[in-house]
Design a protein around this ligand. Structure first.
Ligand code: G1P
Length: 281
């Protein structure tokens, strides 16, 4: 199985931070966001990863490349822990890149993966979304894909005021936390939303999706929407992911993700907790 990580968006919700750096490279605690995403794919057993980039995203490639100068410096100065960590980043997986040439939406970005995926089912992990759970979200989706021999996507319940930001599904539960999806709609108004179950940025897709992506017309925002193409798949299941999900494209979610991870860190967690207690009083 191969994974595709779309990371081509402009990050307009996070300007000016994203003016000259990709949102996927914004650090969450001590790592760039996209490193968590690649680590999830690897932890789920996937080591062939295609990242869909675009203009201004070169630092993503640099991050997963070797840095001989840095490695030399760390070795010579005896910073072996850092050296091991830095080398591990470039050895994690086989990472390939393709550029989306115009901002035509998530569906169009996925279309750029067609040749690399080469007719097999594949995983999609949005490059600006971090999930956390003892069993990685993508691993669980792979199990569901295997069991039902069909596409599988992660979903979560969202509060009413957030519904308009997501793709929303209509479906019925077939086993605990697994829904058979009957329909879905991208960024519906509250009235049109068929449920409060939102698509959350992790997918296993059957290769037929590429034919459907050719068929759909531009949807919400004039963009080719992945959700519109997924509606045309024969069968698709939704898994209510029980872990934490952060869409770091929004400032508040990004702050929450950094705080949560820093609070769990054995080195800085205690100090941060004390600081937060003090400023919240
Ligand atoms: C995309 C998808 C949407 C999904 C969301 C999750 O939207 O189009 O269906 O619910 O990711 O974050 P975007 O956030 O790119 O607008």
């Amino acid at each position: 199985m191969k994974a595709v990580i779309p990371a081509a968006g402009l990050g307009t919700r996070f300007l000016p931070a994203t003016k000259a750096q990709p949102k996927e490279m914004l650090p969450v605690f001590n790592k760039p966001t996209i490193q968590y995403v690649v680590e999830e794919a690897v932890a789920s057993g996937i080591d062939d990863i295609l990242i869909i980039t675009g203009k201004g995203k070169r630092s993503i490639e640099d991050h997963f490349d070797r840095s001989f100068e840095l490695e030399f410096f760390l070795k010579n100065s005896g910073k072996i822990d850092h050296l091991v960590e830095i080398e591990a980043i470039s050895n994690m997986a086989d990472i390939y890149y393709v550029r989306q040439k115009e901002q035509k939406g998530l569906g169009d970005a996925i279309r750029c993966a067609k040749k690399h995926v080469d007719g097999d089912p594949f995983a999609v992990l949005l490059g600006d979304t971090i999930t956390q759970n003892s069993t990685p979200c993508t691993q669980r989706l792979l199990e569901i894909h295997e069991k039902y021999q069909s596409s599988a996507i992660a979903i979560e319940r969202v509060p009413r005021e957030k519904i308009e930001r997501y793709g929303i599904i209509k479906g019925h539960e077939v086993e605990k936390s697994v829904y058979h999806i009957e329909d879905m709609v991208e960024k519906p108004s509250l009235n049109e939303a068929p449920s409060d179950l939102a698509i959350t940025g992790r997918y296993i897709l059957q290769p037929e999706i590429f034919d459907h992506l050719e068929q759909v017309s531009p949807g919400v925002g004039g963009e080719i929407q992945l959700t519109d193409a997924m509606r045309l798949l024969d069968d698709i299941y939704g898994y209510v992911f029980p872990g934490r999900i952060y869409d770091i494209g929004t400032t508040v979610e990004w702050l929450k993700s950094s705080l949560d991870m820093a609070l769990e860190d054995p080195q800085v967690g205690h100090e941060l907790r004390e600081y937060l207690k003090k400023i919240i009083q």
